[in-house]
Design a protein around this ligand. Structure first.
Ligand code: ATP
Length: 357
């Protein structure tokens, strides 16, 4: 069993920065788990604290049944792949892969066999005698993965594994990484600030802010039902529209329009309550003609994104500067200055009170 359990985990750096703030998290055995959040939220600190490269200031880390909080990195049975891969430039691919086995005092022959076997699994057999400087970024990444795999660790820790690759290679490496993790079935935690990468790869995602976890869930859960406005604004290729709203007679007053109250919250909302209405740009339908139950406004920006456009409207009746973004299919784009109407799709809207669902 190599589940990872963190309880009340806290890290305060000597300069007083509280990078992890009494954090609780459980990562299941065999799970592909993403730590996602904006720069400085504590993702790397959490990964390094699991690895033992940072010492926790409080709380505990368990891997399976073992308390590892006070163990040095070498005793935790984890392998970390760093953002820059940290390969030894003077060693060949074979020597790089075999390096951790040398540290573990495996004999020369055993090391060579194991390195060859691992290289084969990752399609690196033809490159064993090359040095890192003679490899592409994608190949270097595979060598770093091979070096991590050679010891059969219980846990893989990957720090921004795809960030050093160009856009095309990144897609390829993403698929490769997902397949490899499936095949190996090793508990894997990876850090990313790219929500699309987390949604595409992970079994579950923890969204972090300021050293705390704001939501843990499957990609579908965090996308469909972000637990708070922070996650709602962070997840999705275009951020969710979050508009001030007020409850009235079983309806919602949103930017001068009455919209139906989402069924699931009807009982929990009282009249006059100030709320935030959330709807993704993908779940709004644009119309150039007036439609009942639509928010209306003036088109200010039309961004062509290939097969669709992202249209921003200044919504009439909203507070000054209330802007709504809507995805409009190719060929139906309005022009800036046009008046447009947007209708939220039923069942795809969310309501937040004090920032929480
Ligand atoms: P990024 O995506 O930019 O890498 P992150 O989410 O990984 O960010 P961390 O690197 O874990 O965030 O940093 C969390 C906080 O701790 C930040 O405020 C950072 O400035 C601070 N921090 C990180 N490392 C140290 C350190 N060695 N000493 C002091 N403060 C640190």
């Amino acid at each position: 069993m190599s589940a990872i359990t963190m309880r009340d985990l806290t890290k305060v750096y000597p300069n007083g920065v509280r990078a992890l703030d009494a954090l609780d998290l459980e990562i299941a055995d065999g799970e592909f788990f993403a730590l996602l959040g904006p720069s400085g939220c504590g993702k790397t600190t959490l990964l390094r604290t699991i690895a033992g490269l940072e010492v926790a200031s409080g709380g505990s880390v368990h891997i399976g049944e073992r308390a590892v909080t006070n163990l040095p990195p070498g005793k935790r049975d984890v392998a970390m792949v760093f953002q820059d891969y940290a390969l030894f430039p003077h060693m060949t691919v074979q020597e790089n892969i075999a390096y951790p086995l040398r540290i573990k005092k495996m004999d020369r022959r055993g090391r060579a066999e194991k390195a060859a076997e691992t290289a084969d699994e990752l399609g690196l057999s033809a490159l064993l005698q090359r040095r890192p400087g003679q490899l592409s970024g994608g190949q270097q990444q595979r060598v770093a993965l091979a070096r991590a795999m050679a010891c059969h660790p219980q846990v893989f820790l990957l720090d921004e594994p795809l960030s050093n690759l160009d856009a095309r290679l990144r897609l390829e490496a993403r698929t490769f990484l997902k397949r490899l993790q499936r095949e190996l079935g090793v508990t894997t935690v990876f850090v990313t600030h790219d929500q699309a990468e987390a949604l595409a790869l992970a079994d579950r995602i923890a969204v972090m802010e300021g050293g705390r976890i704001r939501q843990v869930g499957t990609p579908t859960e965090v996308f469909r039902r972000p637990a708070n406005t922070f996650v709602a604004g962070f997840i999705g290729s275009t951020p969710m529209n979050l508009i001030d709203a007020e409850a009235h007679d079983g309806e919602l007053a949103v930017a001068g329009t009455r919209l139906p109250m989402p069924e699931d919250v009807r009982d929990r909302v009282s009249a006059g309550e100030k709320l935030v209405y959330g709807v993704r740009p993908e779940y709004l339908d644009y119309s150039a003609e007036p439609v009942p139950g639509a928010l209306s406004g003036q088109v200010v920006v039309v961004e062509n994104l290939g097969s669709f456009s992202l249209v921003s409207l200044d919504v009439a009746g909203g507070a000054a500067g209330t802007s709504v973004q809507v995805v409009v299919p190719e060929g139906r784009e309005p022009e800036p200055g046009d008046t447009g109407w947007v209708v939220p799709r039923p069942g795809r809207t969310l309501l937040y009170r004090d920032g929480e669902l």
